[in-house]
Design a protein around this ligand. Structure first.
Ligand SMILES: [Mg+2]
Length: 244
């Protein structure tokens, strides 16, 4: 039988973009503590202990969190000050991560990432509000850093849909695929992840390991909600051509 000489069937590429906190791991309060230490250095003239328990962290980007924290202390947050706090934050983070006895990689994460990383039709990326440095510090603590070669980060953009768009473009560059040949799957744990995924036209797997109820994630518009990443249904989200 004669084989067509110049016939190459385009293969659908899957770009998986994982959130970190509450999705892949729990940092055991290390992030919050490192932000508090950074802020206490910048705000030391206030002469008070910095506590950020009224600032919502889940699903937010690092620059958003720092801006909200500065506003809580009545400080006008310009970009230079936010960058200064973030630099101090990533300086404190490794030590706080080491000290965080409650740090944990969430159930099913290691086997899912191991499985997906062996596929040649899929690239593993990040879509996280962490700055790039903070993201890799957390992943390294959990032994997960080598799975991820690219992503969109809080250091790229303070708004989650925009950092996901950045991650998507980087994923397309890595695969050489066109947008129409890509299936984009965002995996996150908050309604912010779901909203951002929808904003870029991605499928969204929401996992309720971050504290949000399954019903809340469903109502936000997740394509699939699972209790943790051991769920077999998660694998189907990475099948090529799976309808929404
Ligand atoms: Mg999260």
């Amino acid at each position: 039988m004669k084989t067509p000489a110049c016939y190459i069937r385009s293969m659908q590429r899957i770009i998986a973009l994982f959130d970190i906190d509450g999705t892949l791991l729990r940092a055991g309060g290390a992030g919050r503590r490192a932000v508090e230490l950074a802020l206490s250095e910048v705000l030391d003239e206030l002469d008070e202990d910095v506590s950020l328990h009224s600032v919502e962290f889940a699903g937010r980007t690092d620059p958003w969190i720092v801006r909200a924290a500065l506003m809580q202390y009545g400080v006008a947050a310009d970009d230079d000050l936010i960058d200064d706090v973030l630099r101090r934050y990533v300086g404190h983070l490794p030590r706080e991560l080491e000290r965080a006895s409650a740090f944990e990689v969430l159930p099913g994460v290691l086997s899912l990432l191991s499985e997906l990383s062996n596929r040649d039709d899929l690239v593993l990326g990040l879509g996280t509000g962490n700055t790039e440095t903070a993201a890799y510090a957390k992943l390294e603590r959990g032994g997960l850093d080598s799975f991820f070669g690219f992503g969109g980060f809080g250091s790229d953009h303070a708004e989650r849909p925009e950092l996901l768009r950045t991650a998507l473009h980087r994923g397309l560059e890595r695969t050489g695929a066109q947008m129409e040949d890509a299936r984009v799957v965002v995996i996150g744990d908050t309604p912010h992840d779901v909203a951002a995924a929808r904003a870029i036209g991605a499928h969204c797997v929401a996992v309720s390991t971050g504290g949000y109820e399954a019903s809340t994630l469903q109502a936000a518009g997740a394509s699939l909600v699972v209790s943790d990443l051991r769920a077999s249904a998660v694998r189907s989200a990475f099948d090529r051509g799976t309808p929404e």
